[in-house]
Design a protein. Structure first.
Length: 141
């Protein structure tokens, strides 16, 4: 189950997010949707980086049966900009950022792996029939 805190006017496809989540895990996920100002503050407080970013992930430590997997924070500004830049819907861009954040919760790290995270993103995009423009976005990332 996804617990959503949407602090914006952005409408999201919760059914798709539920399907994506169940593809990977049955654990709960907390999802916050905010603007660039809020995600910048979170990025500064947690990572020491004073700029907005598209998505942040905070896995919870431990392996208790009913413990949530972690938290994902997504900037609505980046969703809108990515959708316009790559000419796909905001739902599709949001799904990509959610997949990216979820993979980080599961331990993937594109900054140190050998392309495993990008390959998994591509696999999930194709599995859910999301547009090829998302694959281009992943390959450029």
């Amino acid at each position: 189950m996804i617990n959503i805190q949407n602090d914006t006017q952005l409408e999201i496809n919760t059914q798709l997010l539920d399907k994506i989540t169940l593809y990977f895990t049955k654990k709960d996920i907390d999802l916050q949707i905010c603007d660039n100002d809020v995600i910048r503050e979170i990025n500064q407080a947690t990572r020491g980086k004073d700029y907005p970013t598209d998505v942040l992930s905070f896995p919870l430590e431990g392996d208790f049966e009913h413990m949530p997997l972690g938290d994902i924070v997504i900037s609505c500004n980046f969703v809108k900009e990515g959708a316009m830049r790559y000419n796909h819907s905001m739902d599709d861009e949001f799904a990509l950022l959610f997949i990216h954040g979820l993979l980080h919760l599961l331990g993937f790290d594109h900054e140190i792996d050998n392309g495993e995270m990008r390959a998994k993103e591509k696999e999930v995009i194709e599995y859910f029939g999301l547009p090829a423009s998302l694959i281009v976005r992943v390959e450029e990332g």
